[in-house]
Design a protein around this ligand. Structure first.
Ligand code: 4GO
Length: 240
């Protein structure tokens, strides 16, 4: 997977991308991210990338010209092109899985009041949102897309941090996790996790996931795939 990101603030992404799991995966060549600074593509004598909005109103609008030229200069013709915006489809794990199948992505990060609509019509027909709130720029949203997609690429997560049995893959919220020490501020780690009976541990974790999902996101139980044992456990909770 090759991801190109068009931005006027490449430094907003570089620190995150060179750190931790994503940094190691990029170093290992498991996928690539190319940060493309839009500003050098500006034909304006001051290399401006924005201007006042036609029709008036607050703030500035990003110019179509530098965005379209930057996109065209880096186009392979194969990439899925996405503008990060609160107007887009809301990202979820199903969409992340779909994006992870793509060979190439090109992400556009807007700033200020947004981007001249014509740049979107010409080059970025698809819009994605990471949730119903407004950011000062699309960079944080682009990072959320890159991070969530990258961790599905084989080898990005270590074998001990597999994405298979986690929330949104099982369709349930995650069970509680504990590490050392066994007692912290008078609070003990559940005994079942210490005994080392893996069948019991798996059943306990499954029940905790079911309990937490029922408490916090009961609607997820409608679509999770549940065994007869799961349903029996959920019924046992109804009397409480
Ligand atoms: C994306 C971009 C929110 C999202 C953004 C989101 N805010 N919810 N802000 O994914 C245009 C100018 C969009 C700033 C950008």
């Amino acid at each position: 997977m090759k991801i190109k990101v068009l931005t006027i603030f490449p430094e907003m992404l570089s620190g995150y991308l060179s750190s931790s799991v994503i940094g190691r995966a990029l170093d290992a060549g498991l996928f690539s991210v190319e940060l493309i600074d839009i500003r050098p593509y500006s034909q304006n004598k001051h290399k401006n990338t924005d201007d006042y909005p036609f029709g008036g109103g607050a703030g500035m609008v990003m110019l179509a010209q530098p965005i379209v030229d930057a996109a065209q200069a880096h186009a392979s013709g194969r990439e899925r092109r996405i503008y990060l915006s609160p107007r887009g489809r809301t990202l979820n794990q199903r969409i992340v899985e779909e994006l992870a199948q793509e060979e190439e992505l090109m992400l556009l990060c807007g700033h200020y009041e947004g981007v001249d609509e014509r740049a979107l019509q010409l080059c970025f027909p698809e819009e994605l949102s990471i949730g119903d709130y407004v950011l000062t720029g699309g960079e944080l949203a682009a990072l959320a897309v890159i991070d969530s997609v990258a961790r599905l690429i084989p080898g990005v997560l270590g074998s001990s941090e597999s994405s298979e049995d986690e929330s949104f893959t099982t369709g349930l919220l995650e069970y509680p996790q504990y590490t050392r020490p066994r007692e912290f501020r008078g609070m003990e780690v559940p005994e079942v996790l210490i005994n080392g009976n893996h069948a019991l541990i798996n059943r306990w974790r499954r029940e905790q996931a079911l309990r937490i999902t029922r408490e916090r996101r009961p609607e997820l139980l409608e679509t999770a795939s549940l065994t007869a044992e799961d349903l029996a456990y959920l019924r046992s909770l109804e009397s409480h």
